[in-house]
Design a protein around this ligand. Structure first.
Ligand code: 4AD
Ligand code: MG
Length: 432
């Protein structure tokens, strides 16, 4: 008898196997017990028929409490009625460890309660499905960038720089100096691109965001590609290919998870068609004004209702190009003919999920950058290494950052970014 994982059922139909599992739920009649089981790979049904097993096995099955861990033995059968497609006809059960008064019962619970029990909530089928999709997006990210000859480079987490503005920094002591938790690895990735050509990072980033929204985490993961000898137009092509590849990979490899979440796969398929539409910031402002948004002026940053309206005007993710210089970070390339905008783009996800990518072409002129660093109130000494990149063989280069959790939230079709990361750090929540 082989111990298997239920996800491999296809290879074991008709065989007697043993599976290590937990009891998620159960129901029984006088003659038959249905166990809703999970083994980490999927949720599946175990069936115990009174007349086919020793009496003590049937009684044990009827009395198993939620989240008791067990070893079940039985035959793998196809089960066309269930989402998963296979079940186990149980002939024996061995209890590994009992579970009493499991707090998350099949009834509805409030969000705060679930967040307090995140360490247990992760076991539930929807959370399990979201994490499978997250895992697939991580896997596909490495595949995409490896296929396209990018080198993975890891920027530091403890840094002295503040690429995305100084308002939401996490400060910490670094012996007798000040340091910050990284907001973005970008500046280091620019150095890496000058050494390796095409690079990407994938790591945690931190922002002490005071806003409590469905889109903001304090700690989130970002993928930051950076490409030497690359202008913004070519970077936009990489961005749309990457995002379409992520959606396609989830469609190809996470069918079961998408079904659990009741995500419409036909809708997801439309997000794999290229190119994605592009609209300038100027035109986006026009569009909003024409449609009754009186609360926005040229020069303002978009709020989430604005982004949602713009997104709903298109069927695919949309790029908003060339924002006002005044609302973007110091490092962006100035527009060749306009003083007031920079060469950048945000990618806005459909269906109201907001910005998933921020990117730009980077300024290459030494004097311009020095001026920018000063005018953004940054200490020029701390950025001298960054300015070196413009002294020794500076080249046009572009890059972007994709927020992992926002992308997971969108592709999964869930309501809140806090469910897209195993243990979310939120405003006033660092537990569990
Ligand atoms: O637009 P942002 O701030 O861009 C940068 O950090 C650039 N340095 C990236 C680059 O060009 N290398 O952040 C990039 C993305 C956003 O589009 C969003 O998806 C995500 O990171 N993001 C957050 N996700 C969750 N919670 C937050 N508080 C986030 N802030 C940004
Ligand atoms: Mg941004």
């Amino acid at each position: 008898m082989e111990q298997i994982q239920i996800i491999d059922s296809k290879k074991h139909v008709g065989e007697i196997v043993t599976i290590g599992a937990w009891v998620a739920n159960k129901r029984s009649s006088g003659k038959i017990a249905f166990l809703q089981l999970r083994d980490g790979t999927a949720f599946f049904q175990g069936v115990v028929v009174k007349s086919e097993v020793p009496e003590e096995v049937f009684q044990m099955a009827k009395n198993l409490s939620q989240e008791t861990s067990i070893l079940v033995t039985g035959e793998i059968r196809e089960d066309s009625r269930s989402k998963f497609g296979y079940e186990i006809g149980i002939t024996n059960i061995e209890v590994v460890s009992e579970s009493h008064d499991y707090p998350i019962t099949p009834k509805e619970h409030g969000t705060d309660f679930l967040m307090d029990h995140r360490h247990l909530w992760l076991r539930s089928s929807r959370q399990h499905a979201v994490m499978q999709i997250r895992n697939e997006i991580i896997r596909a990210t490495y595949e995409f960038f490896n296929n396209n000859q990018f080198v993975k480079i890891d920027p530091p987490i403890l840094t002295g720089s503040a690429p995305e503005g100084t308002t939401d920094l996490f400060e910490t002591n670094y012996f007798d100096q000040k340091a910050y938790l990284s907001q973005s690895g970008q500046l280091y990735m620019e150095a890496a691109a000058m050494a390796f050509g095409k690079v990407f990072s994938f790591g945690p980033t931190f922002r002490a965001e005071k806003s409590k929204t469905r889109r903001h985490l304090i700690e989130f993961w970002m993928i930051e590609p950076e490409m030497a000898f690359t202008h913004q137009e070519e970077s936009l092509e990489v961005q749309e290919q990457y995002v379409a590849f992520l959606v396609q990979s989830v469609l190809d490899n996470c069918e079961y998870a998408l079904d659990v979440l009741e995500r419409d796969k036909e809708v997801l398929k439309t997000y794999t068609k290229l190119p994605f539409p592009r609209i300038t910031y100027d035109d986006a402002i026009e569009l909003l004004k024409k449609n009754g948004f009186d609360d926005i002026e040229w020069g303002d940053d978009f709020g989430s209702p604005h982004e949602t309206f713009i997104a709903n005007s298109f069927e695919q993710p949309v790029f908003i190009l060339n924002y006002p210089k005044a609302i973007k970070p110091f490092y962006m390339k100035p527009h060749p003919t306009r003083e007031d905008v920079v060469i950048c783009a945000d990618m806005i996800a459909p269906e109201g999920y907001g910005e998933i990518i921020g990117g730009s072409e980077r300024a290459t002129d030494y004097d311009f950058l020095l001026e920018q660093i000063k005018s953004h109130g940054l200490d020029e000494k701390e950025y001298s290494w960054y300015l070196d990149l413009r002294k020794y063989g500076s080249v046009p280069h572009s890059g972007f950052g994709l927020g992992l959790e926002r992308t997971v939230t969108w592709i999964s079709g869930i309501d809140h970014v806090r469910e897209a990361i195993p243990f979310p750090r939120l405003l006033n929540r660092i537990y569990p």
